[in-house]
Structures are given as C-alpha cells and as structure tokens.
Design a protein around this ligand. Sequence first.
Ligand code: G3H
Ligand code: 13P
Ligand code: ZN
Length: 309
Amino acid sequence: MALITSKQMFEKAISSNYAIGAFNVNNMEIIQGIVEAAKEENSPLILQVSAGARKYAKPIYLVKLVEAAMDDSGLDIVLHLDHGEDFEICKKCVDDGFTSVMIDGSKHSFNENIELTKRVVDYAHSKGVVVEAELGKLAGVEDDVNVNAKDATYTDPDQAAEFVEKTGVDSLAIAIGTSHGAYKFKGEPKLDFQRLKKISELMPDTPLVLHGASTVLPQFVEMCNKYGGKIPGAQGVPEEMLREAAKYNICKINIDTDLRLAMTASIRNNFAENPSEFDPRKYLGPARSAIKEMVQHKIKTVLGSSHKR
Ligand code: G3H
Ligand code: 13P
Ligand code: ZN
C-alpha cells in the first residue's frame, strides 16, 4: 500500500459516474473512523488537510497518522492539501509527501488565478503530485443569488475550459451554489445543474470537484440541539443532488461539516447521558464509531464508491 495520486481514481470515477469522498481530517479518531469505513466498503479514499488542520495538529502528526492508517488498513490513500492559498503552502505539502494539493486562487482575478495555478502545477507535476484548482466563488447563505450574481460568482463554463487548458491542472473545483459549513441554503436547496452540465460537456475529461458538499444530516443536527447545542435551521446539500452531480463528472465530493456534526452530536449525547464519566476514550470512542457509520453510509448510498478500489 502507498500514498497515491487521484489520477486513476478520477478516470474510473468519471467513466462510471460515481464520486470519491474527500474527507477533512484533524485528529486520530477522525482518521480512524473514516479509514475503517473505507476499508469495510473497499472504497477509494481521499483524506484532506486544511491550513487550519495543519495549525491545529502540526503537519507532521497528520502525515504520520495518515501513514499509520494506511499501514494498518492496507488501503492506498490520497493525501491532499485542502484550500492551499499560496504557492508556498502547496510547495511545503508537496515536499512533505502529499500526493495531491489544491491551490485555491479563486479570490484572485482570472489571469492571476491562472498564473498562480500554473506555477503550482509546474512544481507539483515535476514531483509527481497532482493539483486541484478553483474557479468561481462558493455562495454564502447570506448571498441572495439572483441571475446576475450567479454569473458574477458561479463558474463560467467557457472560462473553465480556458483555465484548464492554460494551467494544465488535474481537477477543477467549481461553484454551482454550494457553500462551506452548516448553513448552505435559506429556503429550498438549489444547485445550478445546467451550468454543471455545460461545464462537463465542454471538458468531458476533466474531473470536477464539489466543495461545500455536506448534507448536514438532520439526525446529527437534532441530536446536537437535543443535548444543549444551538444550531437551528442548519441545512446542507440533499443526498439526491450529490448523486445527480456525480453523473456530470463531479468525481471528488468534499465533506467536513458532516464529520464535525457526527462527532459533536455523539459527544454531546455521551456527556448528557454519562455525566460522571471523564475518561476521554469513553466519548471519543463512540464519536469515532459515529464517524465510521456516517462515512460508510455516504460511500454506500451517496458516493457509489463501494468496491471500486
Ligand atoms: O473548506 C473548509 C474545510 O471545512 C476546512 O475547514 O479551515 O476550519 O479546517 P478549516
Ligand atoms: P462542507 O463544509 O460542506 O463539509 O465542505 C467541506 C469542504 O468543501 C472542504 O474543502
Ligand atoms: Zn472547500
């Protein structure tokens, strides 16, 4: 087993209309829960580390934990940098052994984004590492996205094709109405599938990535709120929409919020029901199991990546 790139994974996913989960990791229990689920499902797996995760856990701990998970499980794993904001963090991760990095130049102008992405692609490819870039801006729940705003912030299909051509990037994160966190939609959830369809038609061989793709599973929101949490009105991307997106070349689906909610709901439940318990293993163990169960559900019924290794 080894740390691998996502190249072949994405080729298979594109041709067979399924997606691979890219799960954010911050500590040992999260890594173990996800990896146990992927192993039981015999699913390809991407573990991703944000700048915040690197700051929280220290990069070396996360790399060693992922290596340990790989050795222990016998699974090949893609180790990916999530939302690298500049060349330096991407270079650092390439040099640290990551097999995939994201350069998120979406806040820059189109031309600056191309220039920055190309620089990262040149470096990463020279070391055998693949690169994800982002074009367009993810919506926020406060954004009332009318047609004009959509054109200003969502990914423009023609620009996307030009961007991929000019940068040589391996995969592209696109904006079609999702957003990060637990509050993705005010009313009815809506994604711009027409736009996604057009993008996938213009570049049929480019793997697309959906950020902000947590479903914000109601059972975890309810459990958090029942045991002292305050996250009323949280809402994510319905599972049916994720299945639909996978048909149009979305082959990497990013999930962090659902992990956070599963873990927090389980811990809140445990604290409320066992107030005299203070051994962290007694609440982190069940939290790890909650993550495993949730990830297994996603792999089996939403992503469709079971038995695709
Ligand atoms: O895209 C954002 C991910 O959920 C990572 O979040 O930057 O708080 O680690 P973070
Ligand atoms: P969620 O907040 O929907 O889990 O999205 C995570 C993400 O896109 C990480 O890059
Ligand atoms: Zn993201």
